[in-house]
Ligand binder design. Structure first.
Ligand SMILES: CC(=O)N[C@H]1[C@@H](OP(=O)(O)OP(=O)(O)OC[C@H]2O[C@@H](n3ccc(=O)[nH]c3=O)[C@H](O)[C@@H]2O)O[C@H](CO)[C@@H](O)[C@@H]1O[C@H](C)C(=O)N[C@@H](C)C(=O)N[C@H](CCC(=O)O)C(=O)O
Ligand SMILES: Nc1ncnc2c1ncn2[C@@H]1O[C@H](COP(=O)(O)OP(=O)(O)OP(=O)(O)O)[C@@H](O)[C@H]1O
Ligand SMILES: N[C@H](CCC[C@H](N)C(=O)O)C(=O)O
Ligand SMILES: [Mg+2]
Length: 482
């Protein structure tokens, strides 16, 4: 590609035949010929690395208008919004994406909705992929992920690979960080979805309103006019989201008890399944959803809404719900004690999710609900006492442990939770906490190990040690049975 091929995105001269052999926003990754985007970030300013990028052979550098930049002997291009320009440039550079792409935002349920939408499409016969917190899943491909919404360069490289491999449909998670940092600005979206809004990432967004505004970018900025916006209708934040989507000229499709596109007429929650009556276009579908957790029917409705909105007939999409498999680590039944007490691993690491998961196992627990959880270090400190209070209110036995303390002192994180969790037991070592909890189980009890879900490591300081809640639960159950 030539620099002039980025016309319309960057102020390039029509005659600029400088070769661009890649795009990157990290000076450490610059290869000769790359176009370097100097981004101002949360820790540092990429402009400070322009010289390093030039020394490594960058073809040109893009900086924000008005930014201070050291003198370099390569062309310097100015952009109003360099992150937006990077996303568009990455899309143009890689050039291909699956034809039908959808993105889902919301505080909880994104990973589940992305996974369910892929499964419904697969069921309808499409080559489909999902991209998000748990990684990339596509035909012949299943990779562990890191970011929920990958950075634009990684994202568009991936989208090209998927398209080249014949994937026609892809669902992705749009995190509030991803939306705010313009990571998906270059993706052509056929539809978008909203699940719900609760407290999350208060270390990044100053207020809940601003957090909501970041999520709304999907609807008011990214989706093309007239595109379908599938919105869960029963959340306190549904109304303002619907209003914003309408104002942006989208075709609003609501799902849930208050939904008109997919109306939930009746639902019976059972321990490992939900039986639901869903009305679509005047026809009632009786669905037996094989997943634990009251909230999964809502995620299933949003997913079916996305599949139908992008062309899968309701008569195919809704029956596909009967075959859904949960995303890894989302109210995932790992095993039961010999007396039949179930142990679930769940990714609830924020207040609303913890509240939902504990509330949804209570009706099926004749004995006690036990919960093992902690809060991540270098993340929102405000949620710690809130989660302590929720656990104490909704569980009978609360064990507070560590969950990725990162650079913080683990005892201090635990103390912040314990301050609002009278009677809770403190066991810092997560392995020991899980083993002790499993040892406490009697017939009729339910244990939830919350916070890490699919994660495969425990980050202490800057080191990530291998750790899996699934594995520890399995070992503890085996030891107990022996
Ligand atoms: C806080 C945050 O979101 N940071 C993201 C952001 O980094 P940043 O721009 O703030 O980085 P920075 O360190 O200040 O550096 C500024 C710029 O200088 C560049 N640089 C830096 C050093 C150098 O030597 N040379 C150089 O060029 C950097 O590459 C960067 O472009 O942009 C980077 C590129 O896209 C991301 O990798 C990075 O994610 C970090 C690793 C992260 O942990 N993000 C988490 C919080 C996150 O995004 N989470 C969400 C939601 C999770 C969920 O709830 O599911 C997600 O989507 O995963
Ligand atoms: N619709 C929902 N409403 C409330 N809680 C939910 C819902 N869906 C999932 N949860 C809870 O949130 C946890 C995370 O679910 P999921 O991974 O699907 O959401 P997410 O939005 O991708 O979260 P993250 O941003 O952490 O990746 C689940 O383990 C469950 O406890
Ligand atoms: N993507 C989220 C996941 C947090 C999961 C929890 N296990 C923690 O480490 O806090 C984050 O990085 O904030
Ligand atoms: Mg997710």
């Amino acid at each position: 590609m030539k620099l002039r091929d980025l016309a319309g995105i960057l102020p390039v001269e029509a005659s600029s035949d400088i070769a661009v052999t890649g795009v990157t926003s990290d000076s450490r990754q610059v290869q000769p010929g790359d176009l370097f985007f100097a981004l101002s970030g949360t820790k540092t300013d990429g402009a400070a690395y322009a010289t390093e990028a030039a020394n490594r052979g960058a073809s040109a550098v893009v900086v924000a208008k008005g930014a201070q930049i050291p003198g370099v002997d390569i062309p310097v291009l100015f952009a109003n919004d360099p992150r937006h320009a990077l996303a568009l440039a990455a899309a143009r550079f890689f050039g291909r994406q699956p034809r039908t792409m959808v993105a889902v935002t919301g505080t909880s349920g994104k990973t589940s909705v992305a996974a369910f939408t892929r499964q419904i499409w697969e069921h309808a016969g499409f080559a489909a992929a999902s991209i998000g917190t748990t990684g990339v899943v596509a035909p012949g491909r299943n990779e562990y992920g890191s970011l929920t919404t990958p950075d634009p360069v990684a994202l568009h490289r991936l989208l090209k690979e998927l398209a080249d491999a014949g994937v026609t449909h892809a669902s992705m998670e749009a995190s509030s960080h991803g939306l705010d940092q313009r990571r998906l600005d270059g993706v052509e979206l056929a539809a978008g979805a909203f699940t719900n809004l609760g407290r999350d990432h208060m270390d990044y967004h100053p207020t809940v309103e601003e957090y909501h505004q970041a999520k709304l970018r999907l609807f008011d900025t990214l989706l093309p006019k007239g595109a379908p916006a599938v919105i869960f209708a029963d959340d306190p934040w549904s109304e303002p989201t619907i209003a914003a989507a309408r104002a942006a000229g989208l075709s609003v499709l609501t799902v849930g008890r208050h939904g008109t596109f997919l109306e939930l007429k009746r639902v019976e929650h059972e321990r490992h399944r939900q039986r639901a009556e869903i009305m679509a276009d005047g026809i009632i579908y009786e669905i037996d959803l094989p997943l634990a957790g009251d909230f999964q029917i809502y995620n299933a409705l949003v997913s079916a809404g996305l599949a139908i909105a992008t062309g899968t007939p309701a008569a195919k999409a809704l029956p596909a719900l009967e075959k859904l498999k949960g995303a890894p680590g989302r109210l995932d039944l790992v095993g039961t004690t010999t007396a039949g007490a179930p142990v679930y691993v769940d990714y609830a690491h924020k207040p609303d999710a913890l509240e939902n998961v504990l509330a949804s196992v209570r009706p099926f627990t004749t004995g006690r609900v036990l919960v093992v959880f902690g809060c991540g270090g270098d993340r929102d400190r405000g949620k710690r006492p809130i989660m302590g209070e929720i656990a104490t209110r909704l569980a009978d036995i609360v064990i507070v442990t560590d969950d990725n303390p990162r650079s913080e002192v683990p005892e201090e994180i635990r103390a912040a939770i314990l301050a609002a969790a009278p009677g809770a037991i403190e066991i810092g070592d997560r392995r020991q906490a899980i083993h002790e909890a499993v040892a406490m189980l009697h017939a009729g009890d339910t244990l939830i190990v919350a916070g890490k879900g699919h994660e495969e490591g425990q980050t202490i300081g800057t080191q990530t040690l291998p750790f899996s809640d699934h594995e520890e639960v399995r070992v503890a159950l085996r030891e107990r049975a022996a």
